[in-house]
Design a protein around this ligand. Sequence first.
Ligand code: 5GP
Ligand code: ZN
Length: 113
Amino acid sequence: MDCIFCKIVEGSIPANKIYEDDTVLAFHDIQPAAPVHALIIPKKHIAAMKDVREEDLPLIADIHRAAQKVAKELGVDESGYRLLNNCGKNAGQVVFHIHYHLLGGAKLGPLNH
Ligand code: 5GP
Ligand code: ZN
């Protein structure tokens, strides 16, 4: 499949990995928007949040569990962080393999447009 994040999961495109388990992978964003900017993805290809089905919901729990571990690993669990999903065009989704941004390491701006 022509999906950049599936290729990272397969290992055919390199990534700076932070955490991996059976269902989830976390790696550093190639173009960080904050001092800490990780991406957390399910290994299963799901295009966007709107495509998450009932049977996929355990993967969303897995992502939250991984986010706690990533935040700890990167030293932002106490200072604070933001976990963010962009779904679709108006949110600015560019990569259509569902992913959650974990942002931290500095005081983040308000969520306005
Ligand atoms: P979106 O706008 O879809 O929510 O975010 C996509 C994110 O993926 C962007 O922050 C972008 O920098 C990141 N990204 C795109 N291609 C790659 C890549 O090949 N490797 C890594 N590590 N990050 C990528
Ligand atoms: Zn994919």
